[in-house]
Design a binder for this molecule. Structure first.
Ligand code: AMP
Ligand code: ZN
Length: 134
């Protein structure tokens, strides 16, 4: 029987290797290998500032697990998806845009404008946002 601690080390090494193999930018951000301004972090997710903000507040909430897009989220990921929205509301409150209003957006695939293929929720606020989006 392998001790629990050793199992955890093996799992951590395997998971880090998996993330590195995929070469995904947001996996690297989740692993603290690419610097960014982190607003919130827990075991399941991370929220950081978008590098090219489209509003005074523009944050990205990502799962730490690599999920390519909303199309690729399985039933086992539903808890994480709900958690991402809950965390989005929490950081919106911290940024004081909950009262004025904010938008949460998940772009999925090319025609929606997805450019980074690791699922992420945009959190935009601090200005009047037009509708419908372009
Ligand atoms: P999307 O076009 O929906 O896939 O959104 C990708 C977002 O990631 C864009 O808003 C980019 O500005 C943002 N982005 C790309 N690279 C970085 C980075 N290194 N740090 C923070 N945000 C990034
Ligand atoms: Zn990834």
């Amino acid at each position: 029987m392998i001790p629990f601690f050793i199992q955890k080390v093996f799992y951590y090494t395997w998971w880090k290797g998996k993330m590195k193999m995929c070469g995904c930018l947001f996996c690297k951000i989740a692993a603290h290998e690419v610097p960014t301004t982190i607003i919130y972090e827990d075991d399941l997710c991370m929220v950081f500032e978008d590098i090219n903000p489209q509003a005074p507040v523009h944050l990205l909430a990502i799962p730490k697990k690599h999920i390519t897009s909303l199309n690729d989220a399985g039933e086992g990921d539903h808890n994480t998806l709900g958690h991402l929205l809950g965390v989005a509301a929490r950081v919106a409150k911290e940024k004081k845009i909950d009262g004025s209003g904010y938008r949460t957006v998940i772009n999925t695939n090319a025609e929606a404008g997805q450019t980074v293929f690791h699922l992420h929720v945009h959190i935009l606020g601090g200005r009047l946002l037009g509708w419908p989006p372009g």
